[in-house]
Design a protein around this ligand. Structure first.
Ligand SMILES: *Cc1c(COP(=O)(O)O)cnc(C)c1O
Length: 414
């Protein structure tokens, strides 16, 4: 891995011009980006993951790179560029602000806002920035119609139907009626109809080896909506249903487009999905040793003295903590990598610091870099976010998007 700090202009991970939104990704004022703790992101891994996923899809099926939550903590703009380089044709975001960030950075591909925008002002900004809103009710469809009617071009929207997730979307039985009503509005273009799977990461059904019961039911409902809309003589537009789990689970869930988040970043939504795809984790989290201490046996470490040294110990203080996105629940359960060795974190993880027991790593020096997530080189998968999420009872999605802007994001491809 290259140790360069800046990228050539035009590179997928070249730092964007420091616009106000991008400033949050820059190192802290006056600080070298690798001074304390940082996130390294491989755009090459993201591009390779898109290519690998597309090889498992029909050639005419599109891949939407889901870059919400700042690209699952990797940095939305560089992820979008790398995903496009790998063959992603459009992007999914959760909020208006996330969509505007892509547009301000010059991203031109179609962008779908997956969350619900309900304020006229938000929908107006959507129209102006050519972001596609998700429509779940007639109320928002009419707002879009009013906003777009004076603008000279129809506003592209996607209709969402709820087939069993019970979250966003119109009830699936209402779908065809809503599609008809939207099609009657002359300033709206129904660019797609989609739904979202609630259980696609469920264990494989041993007999059918494809769908779990809920995904099968959701698929049936979704297909019945599409059939009815088509029977009404309407164009359905782009059809999409699958998240990462659905994409890896079975091609019958792919339709015209898949919406891929977690797998884009190199992680599998469940251990039985995607083992043959060869996904590459795109993120490394690293931090530097800022102080070394020699202490005797019997010394309590960090808040609450949850850890007492059992032997004369060498302790390393590392400048990363829960305010950066390392869950405090991992206190005493985390290990970090240094030159191929796993070293235990001890005592409570604090807001900005943690302590590593480096008694067994006498070669570790002040200023050494330890790796908290990912590997020490490209051949080493290293520590996965699943290791963390399993240890603290959550899911890898939450671990990845928990990394905060205090950590500079650095591209690592030469
Ligand atoms: C977040 C999201 C996705 C991506 O989910 P992954 O499991 O990370 O692939 C897809 N579709 C919708 C509607 C989402 O909100």
């Amino acid at each position: 891995m290259s140790d360069r700090l800046s990228q050539s202009p035009g590179h997928p991970l070249a730092p964007p011009d420091p616009t106000p939104t991008d400033r949050s990704h820059q190192p802290e004022l006056g600080t070298h980006p690798r001074q304390r703790a940082w996130v390294e992101v491989s755009g090459a891994a993201i591009s390779a993951n898109v290519r690998a996923l597309r090889r498992s899809m029909a050639p005419d099926c599109q891949l939407m790179a889901v870059v919400k939550a700042d690209g699952y903590g990797h940095g939305a703009v560089p992820v979008a560029r790398a995903a496009a380089a790998g063959g992603a044709s459009c992007f999914g975001v959760a909020t208006l602000g996330e969509g505007l960030e892509l547009r301000q950075a010059g991203v031109q591909e179609p962008v779908l806002v997956l969350g619900n925008l309900i304020q006229p002002e938000e929908l107006r900004n959507c129209l102006q920035a050519q972001l596609m809103p998700t429509i779940s009710t007639m109320r928002e469809a009419l707002l879009c119609q009013n906003l777009a009617s004076g603008s000279g071009r129809p506003m592209a929207v996607h209709l969402k139907v709820d087939t069993g997730m019970t979250r966003l979307g119109a009830d699936w039985q209402e779908g065809p009626r809503l599609a008809q009503a939207i099609s009657n509005l002359d300033s709206i273009q129904l660019a797609g109809i989609y739904s979202h799977l609630a259980h696609a990461d469920a264990p494989m059904d041993m007999e059918l080896n494809t769908q779990d019961d809920l995904s099968r039911l959701q698929l049936q409902r979704y297909e019945s909506v599409l059939a009815e809309v088509q029977n009404q003589g309407l164009a359905v537009g782009c059809r999409h249903l699958a998240n990462s789990a659905g994409t890896l689970r079975h091609p019958s869930l792919h339709f015209d487009l898949v919406r891929v988040g977690l797998a884009l970043y190199g992680h599998r939504p469940a251990s039985h999905l995607g083992s043959g795809i060869g996904l590459r984790p795109a993120m490394r989290v690293r931090a530097r040793v800022s102080l070394l201490r020699e202490v005797p046996a019997g010394v309590g470490v960090s808040y609450g003295h949850r850890f007492i040294t059992q032997r004369p110990s060498r302790l390393a203080v590392v400048g990363i903590g829960y305010a950066d996105g390392v869950p405090r629940l991992l206190s005493g359960r985390l290990k970090v990598l240094h030159r191929g060795r796993l070293l235990p974190q001890v005592g409570a993880i604090t807001m900005d610091q943690m302590v590593i027991d480096v008694t067994d790593a006498p070669d570790l020096e002040l200023g050494a870099t330890v790796t908290l997530l990912g590997g020490e080189n490209d051949l080493d998968p290293g520590i996965s976010p699943e290791t963390w999420s399993d240890a603290c009872g959550t899911i890898p999605w939450e671990i990845l998007c928990g990394f905060k802007h205090r950590l500079p994001r650095l591209g690592t491809d030469s």
